[in-house]
Design a protein around this ligand. Sequence first.
Ligand SMILES: [Zn+2]
Ligand SMILES: [Zn+2]
Length: 350
Amino acid sequence: MPPHPETWLLVRPEGLYCEPADLFIDPARAVPRALITHAHADHARPGHGAVLATPETLALMTRRLGEGRAGLSQQPLAYGESLDVNGVRITLHPAGHVLGSAQILLEWRGVRVVITGDYCPRPQPTCVPFTPIACDLLITEATFGLPVFRHPPAEGEIARLLRSLAVFPDRTHVVGAYALGKAQRLIALLRAAGYDSPIFLHGALFPLIEVYRAFGQTFGDLRPATVADKAALKGALVLAPPGAIQDRWARRLHDPVLALASGWMRVRQRAKSRGVELPLVISDHADWDELNATADATQATEVWVTHGREEALIHALASRGIRGRALSLIGRGEEDEGGGAEAEAVEEAA
Ligand SMILES: [Zn+2]
Ligand SMILES: [Zn+2]
């Protein structure tokens, strides 16, 4: 009998620990050896010893955290390549969430475990597409793990934004988008929809755009949005971190239309309480149907659920004969969609 993953994948205060490989996955505090799914702040903490991740994630971590704080040593592992660590075979597969985001496949003594990290099964131009990986145990996120969360097609949300620009040609449209992943995705969607005017960016969004560009992505004409040049921004599209759309920075623009791109915009109250006039339901996470469909597609007989609404998903899985377990990992919250990364990026620009 192969050893049950419960005996070698342990929940420790630092996070999920793979004992035979002696490393933590996305640990919440600094550890000697970390395997990182992606560069969002709640997964990629500063101060680790050795960091193993995709080359893209390592580059994003270094840009966000600074040289040295993104691991004393870094080891890149490209999608599809495998590495043997004390008999544990580690392979990274695309997660479709942000640049470099990976699902982790661990194989040990005949047992296959997949850790999704955050993932998005809908293809987007800024990420290598997600595919479900067959496994015995699936460890999945559940950020939007309630039946109410069904994300509409992003193209329709972009069309609403472009319509608003056409209807209010004198107003500056300010769209809140997290600095890592969402901003790049929005720009790519806008370009795919045929919007080829310059797009103006809050200064906090440029550093990570540069990393995307270094990996070969193009975004068309991007310019800095300076409030001093308010007249030039009349009728323009401005992207800014979500924090910035609520402060004086955005209010000083010309008669702004405040928009916010997030899966949470499905909840009207959230948009209202943040003063968002144009909520755009655009997410980098799986929605309820996708969480369920992915679990089924992996053919896992057991699913552990991390940060999000564990109970609803576990209940739905149980009704299909899949054993579920809530993993309460410290340091993951519903702020995710990269909230932490965005807060830091704002500080960087200040
Ligand atoms: Zn994330
Ligand atoms: Zn997350």
